[in-house]
Write a protein that binds this ligand. Structure first.
Ligand code: C5P
Length: 221
């Protein structure tokens, strides 16, 4: 039995890595497995929410009862999330969005030309999807509860607090990365305006259920 603490909520979750193409057969990605985001989508559905999951390239089954949209690049993910966030009441941004993308992606496979010369890659910064959605919602007076994630290798608390302010979100969830990538267990540090809450090491599904309860407690009544 799961208490339906998110009944009536429209929950949008992003999960997994993004894939930034270099040419039609090559690209840049990261080691995010998507497991935490998928577990959150499942837990939010169990808690009675209507859930949409926007997933980067991962090989995970869609949780039962959850709507799923697959995306590849950060720009692609942003476009999809911008639209879906308009009708959401909660946005949980668990995706590991690439910080940069190649300035251009070749239409054809880049070939070795036999000269020994190597291609150079130039990058541009990707937009901060979460910060954009949080500030857009504020500007429109749209009640959207935004939750950010931070994977940090050191100074988790200070980095999570700074990130929460920078992104303009009420709740930021820190975890010690990259050791959590691909694992079934995790431990979370929740940071909000009141202070911090520790969710000690447990399975990602158990943590997702606890996180959902923590989010529900913070929603406007
Ligand atoms: O700045 P950093 O990438 O560490 O922030 C992580 C949080 O911001 C995560 O919630 C992630 O989903 C989100 N993010 C984003 N767009 C980016 C980079 C990160 O929405 N370009």
């Amino acid at each position: 039995f799961t208490p339906k603490v998110l009944a009536g909520q429209q929950v949008l979750v992003s999960a997994g890595p993004t894939y930034e193409a270099i040419d039609p057969v090559r690209g840049l990605t990261n080691l995010s497995s998507g497991k935490m985001g998928f577990a959150i989508a499942r837990a939010a559905h169990e808690a009675g929410a209507h859930v949409t999951l926007v997933a980067g390239p991962v090989s995970l089954p869609t949780p039962r009862g959850v709507g799923r949209i697959n995306v590849k690049s950060a720009m692609n993910m942003q476009k999809t999330l911008n639209v879906l966030s308009q009708t959401a009441t909660v946005f949980i941004s668990a995706a590991a969005v690439a910080d940069w993308r190649p300035v251009e992606s070749a239409n054809e496979k880049i070939k070795k030309d036999g000269s020994g010369r190597v291609p150079t890659l130039s990058f541009v910064e990707n937009p901060d999807i979460l910060a954009g959605i949080a500030s857009g919602a504020r500007a429109q007076n749209h009640q959207l509860f935004c939750v950010g994630f931070a994977a940090e290798s050191h100074d988790l608390l200070a980095n999570a607090q700074a990130k929460r302010e920078r992104k303009g979100v009420p709740l930021l969830v820190g975890n010690i990365g990259p050791d959590t990538f691909g694992q079934d267990d995790n431990a979370l540090l929740l940071v909000d305006a009141q202070g911090t809450t520790d969710l000690p090491k447990a399975s990602k599904l158990q943590l997702a259920r606890q996180l959902v309860a923590e989010i529900a407690r913070r929603l406007p009544t």
